[in-house]
Design a protein around this ligand. Structure first.
Ligand code: ADP
Ligand code: ADP
Ligand code: ZN
Length: 216
């Protein structure tokens, strides 16, 4: 199973992918997570990428394609993976097609999680992320048991710099101009499915599972 989760920033891609990874033993490939981790480890790539991320801009296609290419070559990505946050531009989608074709592979399904703008803003502004393991929480919708502390690893929660209101607006504009056109790209191939992301975590998850059942 080779899945791609799409949807605007804050739609719930990361949250749903967390659960899918556990239940279906998929390898999670999230470019946003990879950039944040690289930045946390003070690697040059992460430091360079964070300059764009902080402003809510996209990291350059060639840098992004290269980290995905390397990740896909690892053994754990051979059979099953779930991509979240990549591709984000038509040029990245074409690069991904080339990578997969070389590996004699292709995507099983593209799932687009839809949410309205008001919910996107609420979700992003209240999002808190674990510094240590990257899990995402929400002040109101998914609070931790102990304030500011990750339930799973005990790490400290923080607000991503790109979840501040100024960057959020920029990210939404970029999503509409650069990423939304990808939906038509995948629709044309008949592998795009939509899931209503305005429901509870659990209901969204059930809807995704129903799509997977139908496709596999
Ligand atoms: P994305 O990866 O698409 O940016 P996340 O999974 O990080 O989105 O979710 C964004 C924020 O919204 C997080 O704080 C998360 O806890 C919250 N969230 C995700 N899905 C839902 C949902 N179905 N209902 C309420 N809040 C949600
Ligand atoms: P969200 O799901 O909230 O949009 P992500 O964690 O997927 O956040 O991405 C955070 C940021 O990392 C993006 O706003 C962008 O700056 C950068 N990024 C992530 N994936 C890509 C990508 N495929 N291409 C370019 N930039 C990316
Ligand atoms: Zn944690």
């Amino acid at each position: 199973m080779k899945l791609l989760l799409m949807g605007p920033p804050g739609a719930g891609k990361g949250s749903q992918s967390e659960r899918l990874v556990k239940d279906f033993e998929l390898t999670s490939i999230s470019t946003g997570q990879m950039f944040r981790e690289s930045h946390r480890n003070e690697e040059p790539l992460g430091i360079e990428a964070m300059r764009y991320i902080e402003r809510g801009e996209l990291v350059a296609d060639d840098i992004t394609n290269e980290i995905v290419r390397k990740r896909l070559l690892k053994e754990d990505a051979e059979r099953c993976f779930i991509l979240d946050g990549y591709p984000r531009t038509v040029s990245q989608a074409k690069a991904l097609d080339d990578m997969l074709a070389k590996m004699r592979s292709k995507l099983t399904a593209v799932i687009n999680i839809t949410v309205d703008k008001k919910a996107i803003l609420e979700r992003m502004v209240g999002r808190r992320v674990c510094k240590q393991c990257g899990l995402s929480y929400h002040l109101a919708f998914k609070p931790t048991r102990q304030d500011g502390i990750c339930d799973v690893c005990g790490g400290t929660l923080y607000q991503r710099p790109d979840d501040q209101l100024e960057s959020v607006r920029n990210r939404l504009e970029i999503y509409e101009s650069k990423t939304q056109p990808l939906l038509a790209y995948y629709k044309g191939r008949g592998i795009l499915r939509e899931v209503d992301g305005m429901q509870s975590f659990d209901a969204v998850y059930q809807a995704i599972c129903a799509v997977l059942k139908e496709l596999t």
